[in-house]
Write a protein that binds this ligand. Structure first.
Ligand code: NDP
Ligand code: KAL
Length: 257
């Protein structure tokens, strides 16, 4: 337990279950003394979250519903946060979605609707929640999103999500410029493959983890706690000079040719 985030109010979006990257982040932020506010889309995630918080002795300051596909939902979530919590200092965006059928085969087969859906949920959502959150970050703040190497390179099966993550990473840079003048920083963590609910059932996940143990400098896969600690760094004053950055938490895999 440290005091790095003592007294800081941080919104965490995207805990679906105990395997979620956002849950690893929750543990790191809680251990650093942060007050946490959560948003979920599905009722199932809400129930899992309540149980996880109870099992781990973590008290949420607030839990609100937020479907990032809807401007009304985002507005009502952040207005409830404003009413019940007031000032916030951090926002963790750990949300993505694409149609399963478009996460295999050729990218060239991506449908118009599938392309737009992946962009809307996985990239535009960061823009929309940054706009809402910045109104509550009157003491400055830090926004952190989650990305993947498929934004930078062609990675088999990642397809439409790779293009959405490229858009997300570019958004990190444009948003960083917009909100920097208010003392708000925007960064991304680019995590190596982690077995989560999203990763389950998508083609080719297993081969991605075995390549890491073979080729990454550290010869091992990463876990949710490592992403949690990197996100804690971005949330804290330790990273006060950094914005618009994409930090790889991937056992060094991205440096290998
Ligand atoms: P999870 O399945 O645990 O989390 C995905 C989350 O996205 C869920 O909580 C889900 O909420 C949420 N979500 C989907 N659609 C919406 C929506 N319309 N509105 C609000 N929330 C929504 O998977 P991960 O923890 O793996 O994913 C978190 C982030 O990490 C994603 O951005 C992913 O791309 C990224 N990432 C994951 C890697 C991995 O290997 N797992 C590697 C690199 C990056 P609900 O369940 O309530 O629908
Ligand atoms: C190259 C990799 C292998 C997997 C390929 C694509 C992974 C895309 C991630 C994307 C978020 C998955 C989905 O959108 C799944 C969705 O269609 C079905 N799942 C659900 O609806 C569940 C129930 C909910 C909780 O999921 C969501 N998202 O709401 C990439 C691997 C190696 C790394 C990964 C998994 C990266 C990443 O971005 O997640």
């Amino acid at each position: 337990m440290s005091d790095l985030l003592k007294g800081k109010n941080i919104v965490v979006m995207g805990v679906a279950n105990q395997r979620s990257i956002a849950w690893g982040i929750t543990k790191s932020l809680h251990n650093a003394g942060a007050n946490l506010i959560f948003t979920n889309r599905q009722e199932r995630s809400y129930k899992k979250l309540v149980k996880l918080l109870e099992e781990n002795g973590i008290e949420a300051k607030l839990i609100v519903t937020c479907d990032v596909a809807s401007d009304e939902s985002i507005q009502s979530a952040f207005s409830e946060i404003k009413d019940k919590v007031g000032v916030i200092h951090g926002l963790v965006h750990s949300v993505a979605f694409a149609n399963k059928e478009e996460l295999k085969g050729e990218y060239a087969d991506t449908s118009r609707d599938g392309f737009l859906l992946a962009q809307e949920i996985s990239a535009y959502s960061l823009v929309a929640v940054t706009k809402a959150a910045k109104e509550l970050m009157t003491e400055g703040g830090s926004i952190v999103t989650q990305t993947y190497l498929g934004a930078e390179r062609v990675i088999k099966n990642y397809n439409v999500m790779g293009v959405a993550k490229a858009s997300l990473e570019a958004s990190v840079r444009y948003l960083a410029e917009d909100v920097g003048k208010y003392g708000i920083r925007v960064n991304a963590v680019s995590a190596g493959p982690i077995r989560t609910l999203s990763a389950k059932g998508v083609s080719g996940f297993n081969e991605k983890t075995s390549v890491i143990t073979e080729k990454a400098p550290l010869r091992r896969n990463i876990d949710q706690d490592q992403v949690g600690d990197a996100t804690l760094f971005f949330m804290s004053e330790l990273s006060r000079g950094i914005t618009g950055e994409v930090l790889h938490v991937d056992s060094g895999y991205h440096i290998i040719g």
